[in-house]
Design a protein around this ligand. Structure first.
Ligand SMILES: [Mg+2]
Length: 165
């Protein structure tokens, strides 16, 4: 598996089977916020995401939201709505915030997975930290202007990567 590529590419976070993840030895899930849990054009997560997070908690997973968003109020609001501890302004693709979240959860790198919608921030951060990564499709086509530039290269890089729909 290349350090530049996700371990899995899945259409959306709710599509990820929690029993399979548990069976593969994962005990903690780190999650990106924008366009992974909360669509960029909305303030709240869809009910299906909330249900998936509840199921993950019931299954025994430790959860942590690791967001590059520097608007702490936005991330904090989602954190209370979704019942997740969080780190904002995480500076992904640097791996430090992921390491911090893992230390706070007391979980080993190999027992964790990172889920996010961006190749060059989420997936690279996970790979640099030595954590398995699952790339999901962005929930909306609404993105920050610089993210839209990265999306052009991302689409090219993912051209031949099959997505689990
Ligand atoms: Mg995102």
């Amino acid at each position: 598996m290349s350090i530049w590529a996700p371990k899995r590419y899945v259409s959306r976070v709710e599509r990820i089977d929690l029993d399979d993840l548990w069976a593969s030895g994962k005990r903690a899930i780190m999650l990106d916020r924008d366009n992974t849990l909360v669509p960029r054009d909305r303030k709240t997560a869809p009910a299906s995401v909330l249900a998936w997070l509840d199921a993950a908690r019931d299954r025994g997973f430790k959860l942590y939201m690791v967001s590059n968003n520097w608007h702490k109020d936005q991330v904090q609001r989602s954190s209370s709505e979704l019942g997740l501890d969080f780190i904002c302004f995480a500076c992904k693709p640097l791996p430090f915030a992921l390491n911090r979240a893992l230390a706070r959860m007391g979980v080993a790198h190999e027992a964790a997975v990172l889920i996010g919608d961006q190749l060059y921030t989420d997936v690279w951060a996970g790979n640099f930290a030595g954590v398995d990564t699952i790339l999901v499709k962005p929930q909306t086509h609404v993105d920050l202007w610089y993210t839209q530039i990265f999306r052009i290269f991302e689409r090219r890089a993912l051209r031949n990567v099959p997505c689990e729909e």
